[in-house]
Design a protein around this ligand. Structure first.
Ligand code: SAH
Length: 368
């Protein structure tokens, strides 16, 4: 480093931020202290430095295209009682639904009509659904449409994961929610952190593209634990990483808690981009639920994926994991033009390819 840079480093604290950003970018595994320092930044100019750095990394590794994933929430039944989630089994007031095979295929047809090439089939942990029924849906979709199938149906036995992979499922989303084991235990009565990790490992071994992620701003979650989460993302080389703010839902145990900070969420997105380089990172629906412009902020802070909702209208508002979800009354037909406009407004474009993981090509292929 020459003298000029050295002097400006002393005089200009912004330069310090850049230096640390560079360090986490270069590191095989970033230092926790560096991540804590960056996550703690509060000045607008520092935040801009972090977001711009992440945007550069996104541009370099992912380009300007935004991948779309059409989400179909096919059941809101859940056997779990996660303290933050509106679908928890103790929320007995919630009207329950399961989509029929026909309704799912109609939703997938709408996704396909809009040239979107990924469907995410998501549900609560609904143990009443026969895994073979899901299997039939997957193979039906794969035979009728040129589309990647992503599942997000929670913790299951390896035999189910294998069955669905064999039926043609390509990807699986299972957020770790937090890597803080004490916090995880408090938030998920009757569940275990070890089993969640087991699931993520099984999915990886079966050759799925694996997505994970966290909620930001949970009560008792520390900056240090978010730093650990980011290190976990880096070590596990996830194909996709969803990071959303905590949104309190009245019918949950955490209903009276504070909403997660948007800036902390955006910093977590940005640092995740910088350390993972080429993971697919959505500007999450949760972020968009707090304000219509926050998904744009996510896209400018390292994100490269949007997940429009294609759940049929009468059911959409019943999949209330948190309140205030956007577009619960709008027809899916309006999605494409709206997203196109969003992308265009920040000089990006919609990439209508399947948006396979770049990380996948760096791994040795697995047999099912
Ligand atoms: N049963 C599936 C899908 C769960 S819902 C599974 O276990 O993977 C999808 C995601 O919504 C969850 O992983 C969680 O991160 C998020 N979520 C749930 N409640 C939330 C809340 N109140 N605020 C923010 N995100 C929430």
């Amino acid at each position: 480093m020459n003298m000029y840079n050295y002097k400006s480093e002393i005089r200009n604290p912004k330069f310090e931020v850049r230096k640390i950003l560079n360090r986490i970018y270069e590191a095989d595994i970033p230092q926790k202290d560096d991540l804590i320092y960056l996550l703690s930044l509060g000045k607008v100019s520092d935040l801009e430095t972090v977001f711009n750095f992440a945007d550069e990394v996104r541009k370099k590794f992912m380009g300007e295209g935004i991948f779309l994933r059409g989400v179909v929430e096919f059941s809101n039944y859940c056997k779990n009682s996660c303290l933050y989630c509106g679908l928890n089994k103790n929320n007995v007031k919630l009207k329950k639904y399961r989509l029929s095979e026909k309704e799912i295929f109609e939703a997938v047809a709408k996704i396909s009509e809009q040239k979107i090439k990924t469907v995410v089939l998501q549900s609560g942990e609904d143990d009443e659904i026969d895994p073979k029924w899901i299997s039939r849906i997957i193979s039906g979709i794969k035979s009728k449409f040129d589309i990647a199938v992503t599942l997000s149906v929670g913790e299951k036995d390896v035999s189910d994961y294998r069955l669905w992979r064999k039926a043609g499922a390509d990807r699986y989303l299972l957020k770790i929610e937090t890597t803080d084991k004490t916090l995880y235990k408090k938030l998920h009565p009757g569940m275990s952190f070890a089993n969640r990790i087991r699931c993520l490992k099984d999915l990886r071994n079966l050759g799925y593209e694996v997505g994970s992620g966290i909620i930001v701003g949970l009560k008792n979650q520390t900056i240090g634990s978010i730093a650990d989460d980011i290190i976990f993302f880096k070590k596990e080389e996830f194909d996709m990483i969803g990071i959303g703010p905590f949104i309190p839902h009245k019918k949950t145990k955490l209903g009276a808690e504070k909403t997660g900070s948007v800036n902390l969420t955006l910093k977590t997105v940005a640092l995740t981009r910088i350390v993972t380089k080429n993971s697919n990172i959505p500007a999450t629906t949760a972020l968009g639920s707090l304000d219509k412009d926050y998904r744009i902020s996510g896209l400018k802070a390292g994100a490269n994926v949007l997940m429009p909702n294609f759940t049929p209208l009468p059911y959409r508002k019943l999949y209330e994991i948190y309140p205030g979800k956007r577009c619960v009354n709008e027809s899916p037909g309006l999605c494409a033009p709206c997203l196109l406009k969003k992308a265009g407004s920040i000089g990006r474009f919609i990439d209508y390819s399947k948006g396979d993981s770049f990380k996948k090509y760096e791994r040795i292929p697995q047999s099912v």
